[in-house]
Ligand binder design. Sequence first.
Ligand SMILES: Cc1cc2nc3c(=O)[nH]c(=O)nc-3n(C[C@H](O)[C@H](O)[C@H](O)COP(=O)(O)OP(=O)(O)OC[C@H]3O[C@@H](n4cnc5c(N)ncnc54)[C@H](O)[C@@H]3O)c2cc1C
Length: 363
Amino acid sequence: MRVLICGGGVVGASIAYFLSCRGIKATIIERTGLACAASGKAGGFLALDWCDGTALEGLARRSFLLHARLARELGGDWDYRRLTTYGGSAGLGRRAGAWRTHWVSPHVSLDRRLGSIETTAQVHPAKFTMAMMQAAQARGAELRFGQVTGILLRGGGAVARGVKVDGETIEGDAVVIAMGPWSILAAEWLPLPDVYGLKGHSLVFETGIQTAQALFLECREPGGVEAPELFARPDGTTYVCGISDHSPLPFDPGEVSPDPDAIRRLKKMCAALSPVLATAKLVARQACYRPITRDGLPLIGQVPGVMRAYTATGHSVWGILNAPATGEAMAELISDGAAQTVDLSAFDPGRFPPSGRRTNRRD
Ligand SMILES: Cc1cc2nc3c(=O)[nH]c(=O)nc-3n(C[C@H](O)[C@H](O)[C@H](O)COP(=O)(O)OP(=O)(O)OC[C@H]3O[C@@H](n4cnc5c(N)ncnc54)[C@H](O)[C@@H]3O)c2cc1C
């Protein structure tokens, strides 16, 4: 069996890995570069129980466990470690918090402990995605570069049998759409609901901070309250993200670029929050789009009405966390016809009417 996976982000790479573990040949087709989009530019923060009480609870809990297991069993290094996580604020007039950390200004009040080393962790998302791809390749998976431009359908449009890549057709036994926010393109090829992209900005500083801490802050900005997230990483860098906007998603993932004004505001915010960030060397200024759906839940499962066509996208702010359990469940679904480890019913791509963009119904 050969499964064609469109998109080399963390979700595509995780599906390839878990398929390969079952002896199924996976081919990832990636347009621009492995982990070139949100999967390379995310924070990489993981939480065991932050999705509790929502439809994501089972997926998130399973995935938190799988992250720990993969870090133990695969032997690669993608900076997995457990963290202590605090919440707090600056300039909002709240009273001083009970916690302190040496790398933020005294006026930042850390008033909540949001997670412990039992419940929160981190990975370097680009290194994790690449490690999953390498582990899949070591088990027989293949990575090809090219732009997927359509799906090969047989049986009057009822069965997916391949993909069109740069004018060539690649045949396979199943097709998975895992192109993050660019999965919206697949709504022209298959009866799928739309997926949207929400742009976020981030900075990476060389700080030398080794403390295993994540901070979720709120701070006063001229235009309102912003919520930057700060993650110290084991490689001595510190990642900060914040400032989302609704700029349209470029058709080409290689054309995503940060907005200079958003970067300037984020830098200013960082300098006000931390004397260490104020003077540290800036090693990356970046932007990426997280994939979102109308109800905020991912689309994971079979494409309605088209046999052997699947999708896994729309993971929003939890794609790095939830990629392993998504990959595992998708491998079960594709090879056995049903997922056992996670209940995917809330993520059924058939829960919305399709977008109506579809143009190539048959081939
Ligand atoms: C600022 C920010 C911070 C975040 N922080 C966290 C975090 O701390 N923890 C967490 O769990 N999640 C986080 N997320 C969310 C997470 O990054 C995403 O949910 C996740 O990366 C989505 O992965 P993906 O594989 O679905 O999509 P993507 O990473 O977008 O990958 C899609 C891939 O498809 C490729 N592609 C596109 N079109 C085509 C085509 N036509 N043919 C072939 N390939 C194509 C693209 O080049 C790309 O490589 C964050 C997101 C943002 C924006």
